[in-house]
Design a protein around this ligand. Structure first.
Ligand code: S3P
Length: 442
């Protein structure tokens, strides 16, 4: 087990400016799409976390050249389905559901069997959500344990476009099918419950034939195979999911203020801002601009001492899916009982987060009512922790570690938090940024 960190005091009042590393979803998508482009692509501010490095290592194993320079990463793509590899290849997606699921979409034409493995956490997660639609394209899968990694994929010689209904609000499922469409004849027609739309924006920017019709609940997406994808450079904006920990840190701290520069505020990702604002958080988007279809802004947050409970509309679930653990901390301090429903997807993440989030709140002395897919949180505006709390985190879930750290820094108590290295999957500089805000806090 990783060495634990100990936190015994709250963060002092602060007024700071920070920059958050590149967005993980966009970083992985850039790596995968650049591998399908023809020629040299460059990414600036690419997130250099374990999930993204695993993506780079995967495409390298598939015969793609990658160079990491000081300020940028360069990928020399071989064109669509231009992977070159020898027999008995094993690819390790490590902790990353996004990498594992999206990459399978790119492999539906692979002429040899490829084995996909992952770490302990990823090996507990469901893969049938992508293998079922990918089988419809003609790919074949072998499992050792039904629907789980390790699995093998064998592609089809001539994949054909499919009709697909994505009903979980999962961008990973939608994107896996979108990437499979790059290798398929005919049209792939997707009806997808709303979820993050980075893949769609990148397809549009890359002039891949894509048509999108939006209704309130669903997006209807048609994709045709492009002749080729042109190499492209991309400047990755800051990650809103990583920023969320600092939005909550500031909201729950006394008399503090924080400016987070250059964050991706794509409307399909800002559920956390909408929810926190409804609860009384003071958050302002400044200097808003557009970049290749993505919205970017600086986010200004001030402490709030007047937080109220929320009955969270489930339409916001997908746009805040990675942020609920820290949102729960705000609910713990809000006046009233907060209610989050239709959240079964939260138990499908790197750990069963709905369950574990509830457990951590209980350890903090906060009452919860938990069902399979919902949680009620009984807020305590005067919550102050004095007890000892130990967070084991045996699946090494990065967001469980970061949520616990933010709780320790804002509610007090004596915390021992394990699995520090888990932050390397998404946000390696998390603790450095905490220290930058208050160098005596850790
Ligand atoms: C992601 C989509 C989300 C999210 C994950 C990243 C993506 O998963 O939880 O961290 O980059 O597409 P689901 O789409 O499965 O909800």
């Amino acid at each position: 087990m990783d060495a634990p960190i100990f936190i015994n005091k709250r963060i002092a009042t602060f007024n700071k400016k920070i920059v958050i590393p590149g967005d993980k979803s966009l970083s992985i998508r850039w790596v995968l799409l650049a591998s399908q482009a023809t020629g040299k692509s460059k990414a600036y501010n690419l997130l250099m976390s374990e999930d993204v490095v695993a993506a780079i290592d995967s495409i390298k194993k598939l015969g793609i050249k990658v160079k990491k320079n000081k300020n940028y990463c360069e990928i020399v793509g071989n064109g669509i389905n231009g992977f070159k590899y020898t027999k008995n290849l094993t690819i390790n997606a490590k902790n990353s559901g996004t990498l594992g699921r999206l990459l399978l979409g790119l492999l539906i034409k692979s002429p040899q069997k490829i084995r996909l493995i992952g770490d302990k956490s990823l090996s507990k997660r469901d893969f049938s959500r992508v293998t079922l639609p990918l089988e419809k394209f003609g790919a074949k899968f072998d499992y050792r344990i039904e629907n789980k990694l390790p699995l093998s994929i064998l592609g089809s010689l001539s994949p054909k476009g499919i009709k697909y209904l994505e009903s979980k609000g999962s961008a990973q499922c939608k994107s896996s099918v979108m990437l499979a469409a790059l290798n398929s004849s005919g049209t792939t027609i997707i009806k997808a419950k709303k979820s993050r739309n980075h893949s769609e924006l990148l397809f549009k920017y890359l002039k891949i034939p894509i048509k999108i019709k939006k209704t309130k609940k669903y997006d209807f997406i048609d994709i045709k195979r492009p002749e080729k994808i042109k190499a492209f450079n991309y400047q990755i904006p800051g990650d809103i999911s990583s920023s969320a920990f600092f939005m909550v840190l500031t909201t729950l701290s006394k008399d503090s203020k924080l400016l987070i520069k250059g964050v991706n505020v794509n409307p399909s990702r800002i559920g956390v801002i909408t929810i926190l604002k409804k609860m009384g958080a003071k958050i302002l988007l400044k200097n808003q601009r557009n970049y290749r279809g993505e919205k970017i802004a600086d986010i200004l947050i001030k402490s709030s001492n007047n937080l109220k409970a929320i009955n969270c509309p489930s339409e916001l679930n997908s746009s805040a899916i990675d942020e609920f653990l820290v949102i729960f901390l705000v609910a713990a301090k809000a006046k009233g009982i907060s209610y989050f429903k239709n959240m079964s997807e939260l138990n499908q993440k790197e750990s069963p987060r709905l369950k574990w989030g509830s457990k951590i709140l209980n350890m903090m002395g906060v009452k919860t009512k938990l069902t399979k897919d919902s949680i009620k949180i009984y807020g305590q505006p005067d919550l102050e922790i004095t007890r000892k709390i130990e967070i084991k985190n045996y699946l090494k879930d990065h967001r469980i570690f970061m949520m616990s750290t933010i709780a320790a820094l804002t509610f007090g108590g004596q915390w021992k938090i394990y699995a520090k290295n888990s932050i390397n999957t998404s946000f390696p500089s998390f603790l450095e940024i905490v220290k930058k805000i208050d160098n005596k806090s850790l």
